[in-house]
Design a protein around this ligand. Structure first.
Ligand code: SAH
Ligand code: SF4
Ligand code: F3S
Length: 477
């Protein structure tokens, strides 16, 4: 592999560095004059993997591309720019991306001007970039999570100068305001409140791929929310890897409860937030959620494990008992709240007993929903160096058992909705059947229901007639 001087390649060690230097804030965005009409008459396609942070980044990428003239591609046969916004959280997320890049080879063969670009969390990993350089010559643009704003000039070099462009910075990162955005949904919007993560859970790659925790100023967030309200948005989701830690890094610290309350007062019908780390969840937050009708009674509260020894080795900084105390406080204070979680099985040397402790916690909490994963070693993280004698088959069986247990509770919780009328924010109608719509309850349950003359973005009352593990059925009243 020949490394060119003008390339910036990622470095995980550098990415893990945390200094006390103030966060640079950039609030003026200028497009280079030579790129103003770079995309006129041309089209783009974006594939997005991973979490909501990536979804929101793709909206920025689309916003930038459309500012310089690109239009969304209607068919891939004639597309000019393809961007893959990748996720590095687990190995299988990585494999999917490589599969898709492989599929695009055919398009590249018939159109050598096609720019295939790869960005997102995987591009922050040196091993991945090496693989791309060695095996995927069709990728002509690689850029990191800190380099999105430079897309116009990078595309100029790729499209006009026909260069291979690699620009991946490994650093703590800045806060950019006022970047262009093309929102993909019309009644629901993502609002970043912070970037990065400083928690360094031992299994997790995110603090390396996304930089240090950087909160946006509250004034900027409120300005964005007010504008979304004026534009008619019905629901916003405040985004951060750790929303509860919001504001701790600002020169004048402020807490998430205060932000949430100010956002609620603006009066958007539905406010959600994710993700909440149990460690920073304060009583004030619980009270604010309970106080405002437009803060949805739904909390995603990843527990990861129900075993204290594993939690300690994960670096999560809470015990199973303190998690359950918080859980109880939330359930007792917020009427009809629904709680979901994330759980990892097969963390290095997780014993049978440790796994049983996780099952026990699930029995106690009876979650509404859960995202369960087999631990996937991420090179460069501390857990990847831990000894692990548990075989894959045992891990798979644990995942299966865990899923059986939580699915049972989820179904029970959903059955309790039968015969009730709930408010649903409508996403759209079913592709298969006319007059069948879908949307979500305040508690984030998917509802498929029948009705007439209903539009996406409507808030409708739905009578629930049946319940499944992952959804409810009903009819509009
Ligand atoms: N910031 C969020 C989580 C973001 S990642 C939080 O702390 O709650 C989403 C989920 O992916 C995590 O909650 C965890 O359950 C899972 N995950 C992260 N790294 C993983 C790994 N190496 N292997 C398996 N699952 C992982
Ligand atoms: Fe990863 Fe932990 Fe940060 Fe969540 S809090 S993003 S799991 S390091
Ligand atoms: Fe994946 Fe990066 Fe999000 S690793 S989960 S896309 S922060």
């Amino acid at each position: 592999m020949k490394i060119k001087e003008q390339w910036s390649l990622p470095n995980l060690k550098e990415a893990a560095r945390r200094t006390r230097s103030a966060v640079e804030r950039v609030d003026h965005y200028a497009i280079p004059a030579n790129t103003f009409d770079l995309g006129v008459g041309k089209t783009y396609h974006i594939s997005t993997y991973g979490c909501q942070a990536n979804q929101r980044d793709s909206e920025t990428i689309a916003g930038i591309l459309e500012t310089i003239g690109f239009k969304p591609a209607e068919d891939l046969e004639h597309v000019d720019v393809i961007i893959l916004n990748t996720c590095a959280i687990r190995q299988n997320a990585e494999e999917k991306v490589l599969g898709e890049i492989g599929n695009f080879k055919r398009l590249y063969r018939s159109n050598k001007d096609l720019v295939i670009g790869v960005c997102g969390c995987m591009s922050q990993e040196d091993s991945f970039v090496k693989t791309i350089l060695e095996k995927y010559p069709q990728v002509r643009l690689l850029f990191g999570t800190h380099n999105i704003q430079d897309l116009p000039s990078m595309l100029y070099d790729a499209m006009v100068k026909h260069e291979k462009v690699i620009k991946i910075y490994s650093k703590e990162g800045e806060v950019y305001e006022n970047l262009p955005v093309k929102r993909f949904e019309h009644h629901k919007a993502w609002v970043n409140i912070m970037y990065g993560c400083d928690k360094f859970c031992t299994y997790c790659i995110v603090p390396y791929t996304r930089g240090k925790q950087r909160s946006r100023y509250m004034s900027e967030i409120l300005k964005e929310v007010r504008q979304l309200k004026e534009e008619g948005y019905k629901e916003i989701t405040l985004l951060g890897q750790n929303v509860n830690a919001y504001g701790k890094d600002l020169e004048e610290p402020i807490d998430f409860a205060t932000l949430l309350e100010e956002v609620a007062k603006i009066g958007i019908p539905r406010i959600r937030f994710m993700t909440s780390h149990p460690w920073d969840f304060t009583n004030e937050m619980v009270d604010v959620i309970a106080k405002y009708d437009n803060i949805m009674p739904f909390i995603h509260l990843p527990v990861q494990s129900g075993d204290d020894e594993i939690l300690k080795r994960m670096g999560r900084r809470y015990s199973a008992e303190s998690y359950m105390r918080l859980y109880k406080k939330i359930v007792d204070t917020i009427p009809n709240v629904a709680i979901s979680t994330d759980i990892i099985v097969g963390f290095p040397n997780e014993s049978d007993e440790a796994f049983e402790n996780t099952l026990e916690l699930v029995r106690q909490c009876q979650f509404d929903n859960a995202f369960t994963f087999i631990y996937s070693p991420r090179p460069g993280t501390p857990a990847a160096k831990m000894e692990d004698e548990i075989d894959e088959e045992t891990k798979r069986q644990r995942l299966y058992r865990l899923n059986e247990v939580w699915n049972g509770y989820a179904l029970e919780k959903n059955k309790a909705y039968i015969g009730k009328t709930v408010k649903v924010l409508v996403d759209g109608s079913s592709k298969r059947k006319e007059d069948v719509y879908s949307g979500y309850t305040e508690t984030n349950k998917l509802v498929n229901f029948s009705g007439t003359n209903i539009e996406p973005g409507d808030l409708v009352d739905v009578y629930i007639t049946d319940a499944k593990t992952f959804s409810l059925d009903g009819k509009a009243v």
